[in-house]
Design a protein around this ligand. Structure first.
Ligand code: SF4
Length: 61
């Protein structure tokens, strides 16, 4: 089973920090809605999860 990322959209404020840390996985669309792809670069995703200012991201095994 591969890891996956869950976004709590109630608390995500579209700051884009995750996109900076792991641009191949996270992307804010034109509406500021976060799109999440496959967490292929786990190290970068873990950094993004820690860096999210609102704690909106969770990495599940
Ligand atoms: S860093 Fe956190 S608050 Fe910012 S876009 Fe990503 S999930 Fe949302």
């Amino acid at each position: 089973m591969t890891a996956r990322v869950v976004v709590d959209r109630e608390v995500c404020m579209s700051a884009g920090v995750c996109e900076l840390e792991a641009p191949g996985v996270f992307e804010l669309d034109a509406d500021g809605r976060l799109q999440v792809g496959e967490p292929t670069d786990l190290a970068a995703v873990e950094t993004a999860v820690r860096a999210c200012p609102t704690g909106a991201l969770q990495l599940l095994d």
